[in-house]
Write a protein that binds this ligand. Structure first.
Ligand code: CLR
Length: 447
């Protein structure tokens, strides 16, 4: 990758305050050589956890592994600060791996919506993501709207959840860093078992950096299990009685760890008070944006800014290891050269691979065939920028042409249709089948 030291995100974004981030033209140097469709497929890195889940005859154990999967799916986001390429309308991506295969399609351009469908002998995993990006000045907040669903045909079960929000900090000064926070509720629609997982904001003293905690409950909300860990690292589970005993003996640890809403009343104030933050923004002359900046100040739900513009460090002295715990998942360490390769995991590094014979059987809309991504991967920054422009213009022209023809004015995705998720009743995009028959033909030509 190219060093981004000479480029400032702020210098690009300051002219785009209030704009939807998907509409801002970002220089290619801020991109990573993957399409968002591939980034979505990174949810699959620990797909073996779904196989594990399906192999358990106890529904509580199944839910534990579904939880581990849901958290593990977010692990690759740690330290990944490049912007994936916006998929073109109709762009696809396929991946066949041991035990499963997955197909993705960009089903809408404005707003950007990406749909995926993975199947295997043991599970089906599908969903659609509509990332909403809000630029708050100091940070960019990302809401991955859309439901994801896991089905175990063997058990006649379906689980759904929505991914938590994500925040990229230090847009103005300091080093960028990523935080994921909020509540994830994983529901088994057949048994009524559910898990409520709390992705904690780093908090004033960064004690809770990347921490995840929550309970598995039966349909009467009785707590059965306690899950804890970090989305960057591991997830463990213990039974509720063991948690209670541990909690009583270590109440002080929990109290401070759970207190992410502000500092204890008798302690010194955090290094960045809202006033100071505003003063800093003012000194950058952001003008009309001031009032919005104040909205993003700490409240009950959003992340609180840890001290200054540094990346907060996790307080390792606060590490809970509760007796009778079972480790459900542990993250694979990044390859040693990850820093030279966009902080990719080994799994991400493999996603552009053209395996022998693939050229012939790949769908012509597959993003492995996108010339701009290819050029960035090969280190040709100017070439990548030129191709990216060309593709975006071509897409705009195609859109205009469709609008001209009244009869066929709307674009119809090829592999997914707009519908209702039968388990949640919410809007979703459902796979219509047929991709793996591989009767593609030469069209559409989107690259
Ligand atoms: C986070 C996990 C969600 C799905 C999702 C949607 C959008 C992604 C986001 C994830 C991770 C961060 C992301 C974002 C789009 C742009 C943003 C890649 C995968 C990057 C870091 C923004 C870079 C631009 C800055 C330099 C301003 O389930």
């Amino acid at each position: 990758m190219f060093s981004r030291n000479d480029f400032s995100v702020w210098s690009v974004l300051k002219n785009s305050i209030g704009k939807e981030l998907s509409k801002i033209a970002m220089p290619v140097v801020f991109n990573e050589p993957l399409s968002f469709l591939q980034r979505m497929v990174e949810y699959m890195e620990y797909a073996h956890l779904l196989q594990e889940a399906s192999s358990k005859s106890d529904p509580v154990e199944r839910l534990q592994y579904v939880c581990a999967f849901a958290v593990s799916a977010l692990a690759s986001n740690w330290d990944r600060l490049g912007k994936p390429f916006n998929p073109l309308l109709g762009e696809t991506y396929e991946l066949e791996r041991q035990g499963y295969r997955v197909i993705c399609e960009q089903v809408s351009h404005h707003p950007p919506i990406s749909a995926f469908h993975a199947d295997s002998e043991d599970f089906i995993f599908h969903g659609s993501i509509h990332p909403k990006l809000k630029f708050w000045g100091k940070s960019v907040e990302i809401q991955p709207k859309g439901t994801v669903t896991v089905e175990f045909p063997k058990w006649g079960e379906a689980y759904t959840w929505t991914n938590v929000n994500c925040c990229v900090h230090n847009i103005i000064v300091g080093k960028l860093w990523i935080e994921q926070y909020g509540t994830m509720e994983i529901v088994n629609h057949v048994t009524g078992l559910r898990a409520v997982l709390n992705f904690k904001p780093a908090g004033w003293f960064s004690k809770d950096l990347h921490r995840v905690e929550g309970f598995i409950m039966d349909k009467n909300k009785k707590k059965l299990n306690f899950l804890y860990g970090k989305w960057t690292d591991f997830i463990r589970v213990t039974d509720y009685p063991s948690y209670e005993i541990y909690y009583k003996e270590n109440a002080h640890k929990f109290r401070s760890a759970n207190d992410s809403k502000g500092p204890p009343s008798n302690s010194e104030s955090p290094s960045q008070t809202p006033k100071k933050v505003l003063a800093k923004l003012n000194s950058f002359k952001v003008g009309p944006f001031k009032s919005q900046a104040s909205i993003s100040e700490p409240d009950d739900t959003g992340p609180v800014e840890p001290s200054g513009s540094d990346i907060p460090k996790c307080d390792s002295t606060y590490s809970i290891d509760i007796p009778n715990s079972l480790t459900l998942w542990e993250a694979t360490p990044r390859p040693a050269n990850a820093a030279d390769y966009y902080q990719f995991t080994l799994f991400a590094m493999s996603l552009n691979e053209m395996e022998p014979g693939m050229e012939k059987k790949l769908c012509p809309t597959d993003c492995r065939l996108r010339p701009d991504i290819k050029k960035l991967e090969n280190g040709d920054l100017d070439g990548a920028a030129a191709e990216k422009n060309r593709l975006e213009e071509q897409q705009r022209d195609a859109r205009k042409a469709r609008k001209g023809k009244k009869s066929m004015s709307d674009w119809k995705p090829r592999w997914f249709c707009h519908g209702t998720n039968p388990h949640t009743g919410h809007e979703d995009w459902l796979y219509t089948g047929g991709y793996w028959d591989r009767n593609f033909g030469p069209d559409p030509q989107i690259f």
